[in-house]
Every structure is written in structure tokens, then in C-alpha cells.
Design a protein around this ligand. Structure first.
Ligand code: ZN
Length: 150
């Protein structure tokens, strides 16, 4: 049971001993096509199905970080900071773009949800200060999502 001090601070010893998971969500829209140039049209269609043709998704990205609660702020991380990291590392570069053509850090990558999640993890992990990236979930559609945990 977390004890809260008289000024709203976590009690001594509790904050440093307890690790919390904080999650921030962001959304973006992007186009992609799943195909290999070295495969025939037929093989691309067999493996990638409808995704072998040009289309887009409204993606949702959930990013979770861990750390102790800072007694001075009552926060693991300032959500403004986490949001800024997610936007500059990922969203600003992929929103309303074509993932096969327009995004430098995805050059040569088949933009499956799996590959996007791995690339986004690296991008965010390199841009995050003050908390540890713990989990990333990329929701591609109502039915499909990929999750990475450290
Ligand atoms: Zn798709």
C-alpha cells in the first residue's frame, strides 16, 4: 500500500522501492505496402495478402516507461517529456507519410507491424531520458497489434 505524505508526496522509502509503469498513447496515419521486389507478384500476394497492395492505417502507439516516483514531482516521468520523445522520435516522421518511401529510419524495411514496432523501439529508446523504456505496443487495426517488452 502506497503511503502518501502530508503534502502529497510518497512516503519515505516507498517511492524509491516501488517501480511504476507509465503509459503514453499517440496516434498517426500512414500508408504502406507489404511486398518484396525480389518476389513475384503471385508470391507477394500469397504471403502478404491484401497488404501487398497500397493502403493505409490509423495506427495507435502505446509507449510505457518505468522508474521510481520522483518525490518532488510525484511523477515517474513528466508526460510532456514522454510525449515530446515519442513525437520527435517517431510520430513527426511517420504521420501522413508513406512508410516504404518517406521515412529515413525505415529505409529498406518491410513495414510490417513487427518491423515498425522494432524500429520505433530503437528510435524512442535513443531519445528517452529520465526513465526506462519498458514496453511498446503498436496497434495497426482493430484486429492486429504487436507488443515488445524489454
Ligand atoms: Zn497494412
Amino acid at each position: 500500500m502506497l503511503k502518501i505524505g502530508p503534502r502529497g508526496e510518497a512516503g519515505p522509502g516507498v517511492a524509491s522501492a516501488t517501480t511504476l509503469i507509465v503509459t503514453r498513447r499517440a496516434t498517426f496515419a500512414a500508408a504502406h505496402v507489404l511486398r518484396r521486389g525480389d518476389w513475384s507478384e503471385q508470391r507477394n500476394r500469397e504471403v502478404f495478402g491484401a497488404c501487398a497492395g497500397e493502403h493505409g492505417h490509423n495506427y495507435t502507439l502505446e509507449v510505457s516507461v518505468t522508474g521510481p516516483v520522483d518525490a518532488a514531482t510525484g511523477m515517474v516521468i513528466n508526460l510532456k517529456e514522454l510525449d515530446r520523445a515519442i513525437r520527435s522520435a517517431v510520430v513527426d516522421q511517420v504521420d501522413h507519410r508513406h512508410l516504404n518511401r518517406d521515412v529515413l529510419f525505415l529505409d529498406g524495411v518491410i513495414p510490417t507491424a513487427e518491423n515498425l514496432a522494432l524500429a520505433f523501439w530503437s528510435q524512442i529508446d535513443a531519445n528517452l531520458e529520465g526513465a526506462r523504456l519498458e514496453r511498446l505496443k503498436l496497434v495497426e487495426s482493430e484486429n492486429n497489434s504487436v507488443e515488445i517488452r524489454r
